[in-house]
Design a protein around this ligand. Structure first.
Ligand SMILES: Nc1ncnc2c1ncn2[C@@H]1O[C@H](COP(=O)(O)OP(=O)(O)OP(=O)(O)O)[C@@H](O)[C@H]1O
Ligand SMILES: [Mg+2]
Length: 295
């Protein structure tokens, strides 16, 4: 999969790369959709490090993490290296690569515990196979959302103690516009329209972050979604102002969390009100933006 380039983030990139050069493992912490995974992927690509990826979820198993035995091969030839299918941890260790553990705090404790000796002693023990050593270069980049944003489990203290923390906040408005623009393919949009669409989508996402009625605002991922959906609606003949209004109604509700004490309506009703209001504001903004002059 080809990736859009890394926009901005010089400072955190510098810090993360220094940690990796110093032989350290990094924990990237920041709100949902702020760009943690993107940064990790971009760094792996920049440093040309082989990358292995794990996406943390509550059912991820230790076997899946380190590796497992292929049953048919085991029946034919017994337990041995030929029957062993390495998981991302063993692959990263044996190639001296980078292991990206997304949402590390969602991994079950058992899986988190496998990481401890891998980091400390650079060793993982696979039952029936023996111990596997890490090659020079093996590092871990983990990501997590700060616990106030999502109800997830915490990282064990022991594991935290083995990571350096690099925190990611939201990027500047100009950088967020550039990110959204990079995701917007031309389609039927003129250059000026693409720019005003990106600007409006970013303005909506940013507005959700300082709205007292909203507990958790939207990230640049929401702005990308709004812009892409609006562009697709526009391609199909919908006027741009209407397209962004509709796109906001579609893309925003799943990405914001309404403050508990807002009004006396149910959360869903409150969200609808807030979203509709933001959507209309966006439509007005686009309506006023300079239109592309068609020859
Ligand atoms: N600096 C950036 N340059 C280019 N694209 C970016 C940048 N930051 C974020 N993006 C884009 O924004 C979207 C969200 O980023 P990403 O998935 O990395 O967020 P995240 O912090 O990992 O989210 P989550 O907490 O949900 O895992 C992606 O489409 C990504 O490509
Ligand atoms: Mg991510």
């Amino acid at each position: 999969m080809s990736m859009t380039p890394l926009i901005g983030r010089e400072d955190v990139r510098r810090r993360v790369e220094a940690c990796l050069r110093a032989g350290r493992n990094v924990l990237l912490e920041g709100p949902v959709g702020v760009g943690k995974t993107h940064l990790a992927l971009a760094i792996a690509e920049r440093l040309a490090l082989p990358l292995f990826r794990v996406d943390g979820d509550g059912r991820y198993s230790e076997q899946k993490f380190s590796g497992w035995f292929d049953p048919p091969t085991v029946i034919e030839r017994g337990y041995g290296p030929e029957a062993f299918l390495p998981g991302p941890l063993v692959e990263a260790m044996t190639t001296g690569g980078l292991l990206l553990v997304n949402e590390i705090n969602r991994l079950p404790e058992g899986v988190q515990n496998v990481l401890l000796p891998a980091i400390d002693e650079r060793l993982v023990v696979v039952p029936r196979l023996g111990s596997i050593r890490a090659r020079e270069g093996f590092r871990v980049i983990a990501t997590q959302n700060p616990s106030e944003f999502v109800a997830t489990s915490h990282l064990s203290e022991a594991l935290l103690d083995r990571f350096e923390l690099v925190a990611l906040g939201y990027q500047s408005e100009a950088e967020e516009r550039a990110i959204v623009l990079a995701h917007l393919t031309a389609g039927k949009l003129g250059d000026a329209e693409r720019r005003s669409l990106a600007a409006a989508a970013v303005a909506i996402a940013r507005a959700t972050r300082n709205d007292p009625r909203i507990r958790r605002g939207a990230s640049v991922r929401a702005a990308i979604a709004i812009a892409e959906i609006a562009a697709a609606l526009h391609d199909d003949g919908t006027a741009l102002a209407t397209a962004i209004e509709e796109a906001t109604e579609i893309a925003l509700p799943t990405r914001i969390e309404i403050a508990r004490d807002f009004g006396d309506e149910s959360d869903a009703a409150a969200a609808t009100v807030v979203v509709a209001e933001l959507a209309r504001t966006a439509a007005t903004q686009i309506g006023e933006a300079p239109k592309k002059v068609r020859p």
